[in-house]
Design a protein around this ligand. Structure first.
Ligand code: GLN
Length: 542
């Protein structure tokens, strides 16, 4: 039987619902269950693809090409289950489908309403294709009380009554603030949040209370009494400096035991979570450290680069190297001498991005890394800008640029109107919408034998996730080859450059895809492992 766990949040946002859900899923895996995680986002965008990364954070791309919420990244990193487009939905998408159906006349003259049409669509999304899973963990974005989230709460309320008695539970995550003046943890916000939840018919089975210190027994009793939840099911989620400690912490607090007992399943067995103990052991015994500078333009919100920061952490962890990330706004470099900011960098990374702002600063950073032999990693936009930099300074094509910023005589990065996916031609039209029209999802690339990347991947064919509109123009490949720049990864039809590397440089690699999306703490991405090791080498030179 498939069991459903609905995770909601209250009091404030950003309490770590995504991480708690991912951690619980991984504990259930430790008990031998097959899990899947889904995220319901109440906002009206069709997906986060067109949202500003400084507001919404990173867009996480799945293998099947969906642009999704960054929580799906946590889900993948904690459970190693690859997410799909069936795992994230927004109100916008639900309404879009319903309105299309209404226009087609599918409702046969009925008045289309939130209940039952919207709620039915939400329930269908939650339960679709879940037969193979033991547990579906379904997180509702935002906090209880948000206007646009109401249909989602109503849908899970209905589901609870439609499913068998022990087939679904509600977990509510709240905050227990510590008031310094009185020296107390306050339970009132939690009480109010649960009251709000109960007023729409949802009684939580388990309360996860986020706090910065131990919750005294008396406070737990009070929460249990006022919120109508068993005392053992008021579970503290204490702040921790390392997100990968969360599964162990929640296990110690009895979360998996209480969840299983709420489902009337065997809750006494110990889960196999050795891998988490190992991660946490490694994290405590980091021996070396490296300074990596990330030159981007969304650096004011680090969630904009969530997977990237995690992938660098994973890349270091396996060799017990602490990676210190310094975030540098590329615009700062535009009128400055880069050595002022980059001199102590053991490695430089230019991540993905869109638009002209800050571009020349990125190009300066790339030039600095290339000419000073500092390890450099360019990801997507970072690779494209590396190609622009090298075209200008190695091929002496002064006007080399990407057509993303307008017309140019030397379009070394250009819009592609056609490409192949699974032997089918995909096309772009001139006035495409912005949303959902990039080259998205997993594509294969073939690696040149003997290249640096082939040695790093130890494979000749790789599959990586893409999210971009522009491509390096293969017309220039031969010219680059003559100056020692190789396109060591190409699309299988040999048309699209996927990887660029400099033969005579300690570590200079640009990739058109987003390798950070596939890195996991137990299975770090080889490019990040190699890049961090190159940074370590560099740290020994300076
Ligand atoms: N802006 C570039 C493009 O659309 C790169 C995108 C990215 O870095 N994800 O091709």
């Amino acid at each position: 039987m498939t069991h459903y766990i609905f995770i909601t949040g209250g009091v404030v946002s950003s309490l770590g619902k995504g991480l708690s859900s991912a951690s619980l899923a991984s504990l259930l895996q430790g008990h031998g269950y097959k899990v899947t995680l889904r995220k319901l986002d109440p906002y009206l965008n069709i997906d986060p693809g067109t949202m500003n990364p400084t507001q919404h954070g990173e867009v996480f791309v799945t293998d099947d090409g969906a642009e999704t919420d960054l929580d799906l990244g946590h889900y993948e990193r904690f459970t190693a289950v690859s997410a799909t487009k069936n795992d994230n939905i927004t109100s916008g998408k639900i309404y879009q489908n319903i309105i299309q159906k209404e226009r087609r006349g599918d409702y046969l003259g009925a008045t289309v309403q939130v209940i039952p049409h919207v709620t039915d669509a939400i329930k269908k999304f939650i339960t679709n294709n879940t037969e193979e899973c033991d547990f579906v963990l379904c997180e509702i974005g935002g906090t209880v009380g948000d206007i646009e989230a109401l249909p989602f709460f109503e849908a899970i309320r209905q589901l609870k009554y439609e499913l068998d008695p022990y087939q679904s539970i509600f977990i509510h995550l709240t905050l227990l603030p510590f008031i310094a003046a009185s020296g107390e943890l306050k339970t009132k916000p939690t009480q109010h949040s649960v009251k709000e939840l109960r007023s729409i018919g949802v009684q939580p089975d388990i309360l996860l209370v986020r706090c910065d210190r131990e919750v005294p027994l008396d406070e737990r009793k009070k929460i249990a009494l006022f919120c109508n939840v068993k005392e053992s099911r008021v579970i503290q989620a204490i702040d921790t400096s390392n997100i990968y400690n969360v599964p162990i912490l929640l296990h110690k607090e009895g979360l998996d035991r209480e969840v299983l007992s709420a489902f009337n399943l065997d809750s006494q067995k110990k889960p196999n979570i050795d891998k988490w103990y190992k991660i946490s052991e490694n994290a405590k015994s980091l021996e070396d450290s490296v300074n990596i500078v990330i030159v981007g333009k969304y650096v004011q919100l680090q969630d904009a680069y969530k997977s990237l920061a995690e992938a660098l952490y994973h890349g270091g962890l396996i060799n017990k190297i602490k990676v210190n990330i310094k975030w540098l706004d590329s615009e700062v470099l535009e009128n400055k001498d880069p050595s002022e900011y980059l001199l102590n960098a053991h490695a430089i990374l230019v991540p993905g991005g869109f638009g002209k702002r800050g571009v020349e600063g990125k190009i300066k950073a790339i030039n600095f890394a290339r000419t000073k032999n500092i390890p450099f990693f360019g990801i997507c936009f970072g690779m494209q800008m590396a190609v622009v930099e090298m075209a200008r300074n190695l091929l002496y094509l002064e006007n080399a640029n990407s057509t993303e910023f307008g017309k140019t005589d030397e379009p070394v990065v250009d819009l592609m109107y056609e490409w192949t996916k699974d032997s089918k031609i995909e096309k772009r039209v001139q006035d495409n919408d912005l949303g959902g029209t990039m080259r998205l999802g997993a594509y294969n690339a073939c690696l040149a034998i003997g290249s640096k990347v082939e040695k790093i991947y130890k494979k000749e064919v790789i599959s990586e996730r893409h999210r971009h509109r522009f491509e390096v123009n293969s017309k220039y490949c031969d010219q680059f080859k003559k100056v020692g720049v190789s396109f060591s990864g190409m699309s299988p039809d040999n048309k699209l450059p996927e990887i660029v590397e400099i033969n005579d440089h300690p570590w200079f690699i640009g990739v058109q895809y987003h390798p950070e999306l596939k890195s996991r703490p137990f299975d770090p991405h080889p490019l990040f492992v190699s890049f961090v090791l190159a940074a370590l080498e560099q740290s020994r030179l300076v």
